[in-house]
Ligand binder design. Structure first.
Ligand SMILES: Cc1cc2nc3c(=O)[nH]c(=O)nc-3n(C[C@H](O)[C@H](O)[C@H](O)COP(=O)(O)OP(=O)(O)OC[C@H]3O[C@@H](n4cnc5c(N)ncnc54)[C@H](O)[C@@H]3O)c2cc1C
Length: 498
C-alpha cells in the first residue's frame, strides 16, 4: 500500500515507521527542510538549541518509547537527570547528599507542618497510583487483577475529584497546593478541569532526584526523566532514516494543500505547487482544526467529528529565549532544568493566558541548559541557556514581532536573579515566538505540546469519517508529549489495519 503522510513530526514519523516496517511504501511530506517538526534544532552563531521537548519519560528499552525505537534498531544514548522547583518563598532542590526517596515529603512537612496529615495522605495516594501503573503494565493474571482492585479501592473516594478539589481537601496552604498543581499551568490547564488522578503522573518523585531508584524488587516500577544525549532531534533522525532505508521517500519544503477524496475515500494529496500524489491511505497531523477545515474539508466529516473539532481545547503557545553565553552558569543551577513559579493563583494565570494577556514571565518560567547533554551544541568555552514560558498565541495588544525584544530582556532580568551575571555573558540571542512556531508547525494558532488534559474531553480521533484517512500527532492525544504522541500514532496504525 502507498501511505502518504502529511507532516514529518513525531506523530507522522511514528506512523510512517510502523507502515515502512510492514512493507508499505511511505511518502513523507513536510514544509520544513528537515523532519521532526518541533524536534528540529534551532541554530545560531555556532550554537544549537532544542525548540521542543526537553526531558522525556519512557525512554528506557523496557519502556514504551525506548522499546519501540529499539525494535526498529534505533539506539539512543539517554541520560537520567532531575529537575528543580522553586517558588517565590521556597525551593525544592535535591539535597547535596542523598537523603532517600522520601526527602521531598520530609521537606514539605518541615515547610508546612500544619498540613502534615494531608502530605501523608497525598503520598499514600501517590503510592497507590504508581502501583496501579506498575500492575497495569504486567501480565494480567487473576492475581494482578485482584491486586489492582484492592489498590484502586484505597483511592476510589477521590475518583470524582478535580485537582483543585483534591488539593484543597488535603492542604490548607495554597503554596503547598502549587507544588503539585503548578505543572498543570504549564499545560495551560486550570486545576479545576483536570481529574486528580493525573497529579502523581505529572509529579513523579523520581523526576525530582535522579538518585531515587526506579526499580522495585528487580523490576522497573517508576518512570524516570531522561534526556537524549546529543538532543531530541536524534529521535526524528532515527525514525526518518528507518523509513528511507525501507523504501520510503521524504519530500522536504513541500506543502500538502488538499487531501483528494473520492466517494468518501482518501485517494491522494494535492501539493501547493499543483502536483498530485496518489495514495491508498493518507495520514494528517498538526493542527486538527486547520487540517480538517482546509486540507480535508468539513463537508467530508460527520456531525460527531465536527463537534469534537469545535469543542476540544489545544494548549497555548510558548515564548522561548535561547542564549549562547561565554561563561558556565551551571554552578548557579545544579539541575539541567528548573521551574521557577511566580504565582500561586493558577486559575488566574490560566485565565490570563486564555484572554491573550502575556504575564511577561511573572507567573513563572523555566531555565534549561541544553548543552549539558549535548556538549557539541556550544562552541568551546561557551554554553547554551534556554529560558521559556507559556504564553498566548496572540497578544491582546500588539504583535510578538513588535514586543519580543522587550519581553526577552524581561526574561533575562528575571533569570539573572538565579544566574548572576547572565546579561553580561550573552554572545548570541535567539528569540522564538508564537509567530515562529506557527511557521515551524504549519499551524494558524500555535499550540505547544498537545491538548489541554481536560477531564472527559474528546480529542479528534485517529480514525476519521473519511475512509483511509487517519489523524495522528499532538492534537489527537489528551496531554500530548512524546510518549503519548508515539503511542497514539502506533495505536492509530494498528486501528487503521493497513
Ligand atoms: C516548547 C515545547 C516543549 C515541549 N516539551 C515536552 C517535554 O518536555 N516532554 C514531552 O514529552 N513533550 C514535550 N513537548 C511536546 C512534544 O514535543 C510534541 O507533542 C510532539 O513533538 C508533537 O509532534 P507532532 O508530530 O504532533 O507535531 P509537530 O512537531 O508540530 O510536527 C508536525 C509537522 O507537520 C508539518 N505539517 C503540518 N501540516 C502540513 C502540511 N499541510 N504540509 C506540509 N507539512 C505540514 C509541520 O510543519 C511539522 O513539521 C514539547 C513541545 C514544545 C513545542
Amino acid at each position: 500500500m502507498k501511505v502518504v503522510i502529511i507532516g514529518a513530526g513525531l506523530g507522522g514519523l511514528s506512523f510512517g515507521a510502523c507502515a515502512a516496517r510492514d512493507g508499505h511504501e511511505v511518502v513523507l511530506i513536510d514544509k520544513n527542510k528537515e523532519p521532526g517538526g518541533v524536534l528540529t534544532l534551532a541554530r545560531q552563531d555556532g550554537f544549537f538549541f532544542e525548540q521542543g521537548p526537553l526531558e522525556l519519560t519512557d525512554l528506557k528499552p523496557e519502556e514504551s518509547v525506548g522499546g519501540f525505537l529499539e525494535s526498529l534498531g534505533i539506539r539512543l544514548k539517554t541520560v537520567r537527570d532531575d529537575r528543580g522547583l522553586a517558588t517565590p518563598d521556597f525551593a525544592l532542590l535535591p539535597p547535596a547528599e542523598y537523603e532517600g526517596p522520601d526527602w521531598r515529603k520530609k521537606r514539605l512537612k518541615e515547610l508546612f507542618p500544619q498540613d502534615a496529615a494531608g502530605i501523608d495522605e497525598y503520598y499514600r495516594f501517590y503510592d497507590a497510583l504508581m502501583r496501579l501503573r506498575f500492575l497495569g503494565g504486567q501480565k494480567q493474571t487473576l492475581l494482578t487483577k485482584l491486586q489492582m482492585l484492592l489498590t484502586f479501592h484505597k483511592i476510589k473516594k477521590y475518583e470524582n475529584m478535580t485537582c483543585r478539589e483534591f488539593t484543597e481537601r488535603l492542604f490548607s496552604d495554597e503554596k503547598l497546593r502549587l507544588v503539585f498543581n503548578g505543572i498543570l499551568a504549564d499545560f495551560c490547564a486550570d486545576p479545576e478541569e483536570v481529574q486528580c488522578f493525573t497529579l502523581p503522573f505529572v509529579n513523579t518523585e523520581t523526576a525530582f532526584d535522579k538518585r531515587i531508584p526506579v526499580e522495585k524488587n528487580g523490576k522497573l516500577y517508576y518512570p524516570s526523566f531522561r534526556y537524549v544525549a546529543g538532543g531530541v532531534q536524534k529521535i526524528a533522525e532515527g525514525l526518518c532514516e528507518y523509513i528511507l532505508s525501507h523504501g520510503g521517500t521524504f519530500l522536504p519544503e513541500t506543502v500538502a494543500e488538499k487531501v483528494l477524496i473520492e466517494e468518501g475515500k482518501a485517494v491522494g494529496v494535492r501539493l501547493s505547487d499543483g502536483r498530485e500524489i496518489a495514495a491508498d491511505a493518507v495520514v494528517g497531523c498538526g493542527s486538527a482544526r486547520d487540517f480538517f477545515t482546509e486540507t480535508v474539508g468539513l463537508e467530508h466529516l460527520d456531525d460527531r467529528y465536527r463537534k469534537i473539532l469545535q469543542d476540544f481545547r489545544p494548549m497555548e503557545a510558548v515564548f522561548m529565549l535561547h542564549l549562547g553565553v561565554d561563561y558556565d552558569p551551571s554552578p548557579y543551577q545544579k539541575q539541567s532544568l528548573c521551574y521557577y513559579y511566580g504565582s500561586y493563583d493558577l486559575h488566574a494565570a490560566v485565565e490570563r493566558l486564555r484572554s491573550g494577556e502575556y504575564h511577561e514571565g511573572k507567573d513563572g518560567y523555566l531555565i534549561y541548559f541544553p548543552d549539558r547533554h549535548a556538549p557539541d551544541f556550544a562552541p568551546e568555552g561557551c554554553h547554551c541557556v534556554t529560558i521559556y514560558t507559556v504564553c498566548p498565541d496572540r497578544l491582546k495588544q500588539g504583535s510578538w514581532a513588535e514586543k519580543k525584544e522587550a519581553y526577552a530582556d524581561q526574561l533575562i532580568r528575571l533569570a539573572e536573579e538565579h544566574l548572576p551575571g547572565l546579561s553580561q555573558h550573552i554572545v548570541t540571542k535567539k528569540i522564538v515566538t508564537a509567530e515562529d512556531y506557527r511557521v515551524l508547525t504549519h499551524m494558524k494558532k500555535s499550540s505547544f505540546g498537545g491538548v489541554v488534559p481536560v477531564w472527559k474531553q474528546l480529542n479528534p480521533p485517529h480514525i476519521t469519517p473519511v475512509k483511509n484517512l487517519f489523524f495522528v500527532g499532538q492534537q489527537s492525544e489528551n496531554g500530548g508529549g512524546v510518549p503519548i504522541v508515539i503511542g497514539g500514532a502506533r495505536e492509530a496504525y494498528r486501528k487503521a489495519g493497513l
